[in-house]
Ligand binder design. Structure first.
Ligand SMILES: C[S@@+](CC[C@H](N)C(=O)[O-])C[C@H]1O[C@@H](n2cnc3c(N)ncnc32)[C@H](O)[C@@H]1O
Length: 371
């Protein structure tokens, strides 16, 4: 017989009150499917699945009526709910990180006797991660010509190109008809004069008809999407060809080889938990993955770009233009930068990483997905 959980045990495990569970039962939101001989509520495995969905949507701030509609939708199964919840929680995490950045800024300003304008205070509440950190982006982030050449070659003879998660417009091919999609107002505002037209939208819901573009591209952005596979399928829907620059989260190989993650910032691995594999991503677009070596003097200052120039990571401008540093939090950042500084000064970094100076490019998990 299927194991049943008493209402008290369910309340204890889920960290909610028995009263809450009674209320959910009374309004028909989560009705335990049976009763014990003594007439007490008993929750089956199926009841627990539904309750978990209800509690997760509740924690995300959904109202009970809205939740009832969501969990009663016959078109959404348990896996679809888990995927949606995961995406919403990641989005919430990023928004919380954005607010921490805004609060830190205000605290700093207050300490110097500067008051933050009311508009700015309010903006922090609705901020997406890139609304908070985006103004630091152009300092070190730009098109790396050797990587651009790979992307542009993969676009083939595409004339019309959609650039999803376009940011400030790096890697947009100059000789094609480009349309950009970018959700962050701060990033859109930093697109240079004359850049391709940019639509405020997200990858998960591209506001275009099926097959509207010859090709869709996405560079260094998929890891920010709440549901990467859904976004990739959207790209596939709106374009005949898809080109994506991302990284392989599965392989521990390059993480072990990249000294920054291995010796100073192991927290990076936590950011990759639950990240779809390259196989999942290529399946979503129906394509293949090619490794992209990172040149030693890479012009685009993404996270791994300075693998042969370790001093660069001591520079605040370099770090502020890479979301990883905000996502791992100030504590991990300070510790990592402090240890790196010490090891560079003592010569320990050089001892631990012999031979890097002889390499022109490094394979650090960067992948070009082409379909
Ligand atoms: C690291 S930047 C890359 C920008 C640009 N593609 C480049 O290579 O410089 C990541 C961008 O993804 C955008 N982004 C975040 N969530 C997104 C989503 N759900 N859909 C589309 N873009 C998103 C961010 O606002 C940010 O501009």
């Amino acid at each position: 017989m299927e194991a049943q959980l008493s209402v008290g045990r369910v309340a204890e495990l889920a960290g909610v009150s028995v009263r809450t569970l009674h209320h959910y039962d009374e309004i028909g939101l989560v009705r335990p499917s049976s009763r014990t001989a003594a007439g007490h509520r008993a929750y089956s495995a199926g009841d627990v699945v539904r309750l978990r969905e209800v509690l997760a949507y509740r924690r995300l701030g959904f109202g009970l009526r809205e939740i009832a509609d969501l969990v009663d939708d016959p078109a959404t199964d348990a896996v679809a709910h888990l995927r949606r919840l995961r995406g919403l929680l990641l989005d919430q995490r990023d928004r919380a990180a954005a607010m921490v950045v805004a609060i830190d800024k205000e605290l700093e300003a207050r300490a110097m006797g500067i008051s933050t304008p009311p508009e700015e205070q309010l903006q922090a509440f609705g901020a997406r991660l890139y609304d908070a950190i985006g103004s630091a982006y152009p300092a070190t982030r730009r098109t790396e010509p050797r990587i651009a050449a790979r992307i542009w070659a993969a676009l083939g003879d595409a004339r019309t190109v959609l650039n999803v998660g376009a940011g400030t417009g790096s890697y947009e091919p100059p000789d094609r008809d480009v349309t950009a999609v970018e959700p962050s107002a701060v990033m859109r505002a930093q697109r240079p004069a004359g850049a391709a037209p940019c639509v405020a939208a997200v990858a998960g819901r591209l506001p275009f008809e099926d097959q509207s573009f010859d090709a869709a591209m996405a560079v260094s952005t998929v890891h920010h999407w709440p549901d990467p596979v859904a976004g990739l399928r959207e790209m596939r829907r709106v374009a005949r060809r898809v080109v994506v620059l991302t990284y392989d989260a599965d392989s521990t190989d390059w993480r072990q080889r990249f000294w920054l993650v291995r010796d100073y910032l192991p927290e990076f691995a936590e950011l990759l938990v639950g990240w779809p594999s390259v196989a999942d991503m290529t399946r979503a677009i129906g394509g293949r993955a090619e490794p992209v070596p990172i040149p030693w003097d890479c012009a685009d200052g993404f996270f791994e770009a300075y693998w042969r120039r370790p001093e660069a990571y001591l520079d605040e401008h370099v770090r502020r233009a890479v979301s990883v540093w905000t996502r791992v939090g100030q504590h991990a950042e300070r510790r990592a930068v402090g240890s790196l500084h010490d090891d560079l000064t003592s010569g320990r970094w050089a001892e631990r990483n012999p031979g890097l100076a002889d390499l022109d490019a490094a394979e650090l998990g960067l992948r070009l997905l082409v379909a």
